[in-house]
Write a new protein. Structure first.
Length: 185
């Protein structure tokens, strides 16, 4: 891989195509490339979230999620290849249960706000949902494994839960949506 990454500017994409991991080339605006890009963007936003003060266990879990997302990018980059497993999806289910256990039940909608870390987790959640939508669209026109779609669905739920956890970690709480606030101004 060292030789492969030694030359970043190859100019092979100058005509609007990009190479996949199997050596084939596709248009840069293809659904597969959109999915790969959205997963990459999510991974970058999680990297930004990792710049915040976080509980040590959560930091390690987010780093593992970054590795999972890199796996997902690899799976999306090589049609017919499998890298994301049901075990990775199950790990997210376990994290959802762990972090949701101590949160108060939601009775109102919450705004994507609060602490900086919580707000960044919400940004991650929204990018994750976009990536999930593109993966669903791609799965309608090409054969994909179920695990990437399931993983993104669980991850977006986990990021929502983590935003609530991070607001509490930062000494705050959920920022509630106020139904008639706009009318009162």
């Amino acid at each position: 891989m060292g030789n492969r990454l030694s030359k970043i500017a190859t100019r092979t994409g100058d005509k609007g195509t990009t190479g996949l991991g199997d050596g084939s080339r596709i248009d840069k605006d293809a659904l597969r490339v959109h999915a790969m890009g959205d997963v990459d963007e999510l991974n970058s936003h999680i990297g930004l979230l990792l710049c915040e003060e976080l509980p040590p266990a959560l930091r390690e879990e987010l780093i593992s999620i970054q590795h999972d997302l890199f796996d997902m990018g690899g799976e999306l980059c090589i049609p017919g290849y499998t890298m994301v497993t049901i075990a990775q999806v199950a790990r997210l289910d376990d994290l959802l249960e762990k972090y949701n256990a101590d949160l108060p039940p939601l009775k109102d909608f919450i705004l994507p706000a609060g602490s900086r870390a919580a707000a960044q987790a919400h940004v991650c959640r929204t990018v994750c949902r976009r990536a999930e939508r593109v993966i669903v669209s791609l799965g309608k026109v090409e054969t994909l494994n179920d695990s990437p779609r399931q993983y993104m669905n669980r991850l977006s739920d986990l990021l929502f839960v983590l935003s609530r956890v991070l607001n509490r970690f930062g000494g705050g709480s959920d920022v509630l949506w106020q139904k008639d606030r706009s009318r009162d101004l």
